[in-house]
Design a protein around this ligand. Structure first.
Ligand code: ZN
Ligand code: ZN
Length: 193
């Protein structure tokens, strides 16, 4: 399958063709000089000309990468089903492709994805079994699922938000209002009965 290879890659890699059966419509891009910076160093690269020049030089293959950083070949796949993003790394694009393909195979072999938010509030989810990332696994937190202006007061088991007013329709709501007071519902009631 055709891969869009970065123009900074070595000539030998530029015509790389993936031997794997990526599903039709999958966008593939790759390069043999991706730079992985140590965490926290981006600020230095952006504010320090010398560090920045070193990174650009390393990407072009004419300078050593800065301390703690390394260059790698990478292949990024954007399949449509499931809509996700997979990044493989390796010494060559072929190695990176093999790594990305192994990840894709693991996702495809998962019997049933069980998504959780992993702390993200933008609706992204990760499968607990296979690690698949899905950008629209949930509704974003922070908005009532009835699209009113009310602030989100509670969530249901699927992570959808409810404002105070609409929370009566939330099968998993924490509290019921009884005689003007909030009463916590039992675990059984909260499980959706
Ligand atoms: Zn899964
Ligand atoms: Zn509402």
């Amino acid at each position: 399958m055709k891969v869009r290879v970065s123009i900074f890659s070595s000539p030998a890699e530029r015509d790389y063709d993936s031997p794997y059966a990526w599903p039709a419509g999958t966008f593939l891009q790759a390069g043999d000089s991706g730079i992985v910076l140590p965490s926290g160093s981006l600020r230095k690269v952006l504010t320090d000309d010398k560090a920045g020049a070193q990174v650009v030089g390393a990407a072009l293959g004419v300078a050593e990468p800065p301390e703690g950083a390394y260059t790698t070949a990478f292949l990024e796949a954007f399949p449509k089903h499931p809509a996700t993003f997979i990044r493989g790394e390796g010494k060559t694009i072929a190695e990176a492709d093999a790594s990305a393909w192994r990840q894709f195979q693991r996702f495809a072999a998962c019997p049933k994805h069980k998504f959780w938010r992993k702390g993200y509030t933008n609706g992204a989810g990760f499968c607990r079994c296979c690690g698949l990332f899905k950008s629209k696994a949930f509704r974003p937190i922070g908005r009532c699922r009835y699209n009113c202006k009310g602030a989100v007061a509670d969530h249901d088991a699927k992570g959808r938000g409810y404002c105070k007013r609409h929370n009566q329709k939330n099968p998993n709501r924490m509290f019921d209002r009884v005689d003007g007071r909030l009463v916590m519902r039992s675990k059984e009631e909260r499980s959706g009965s």
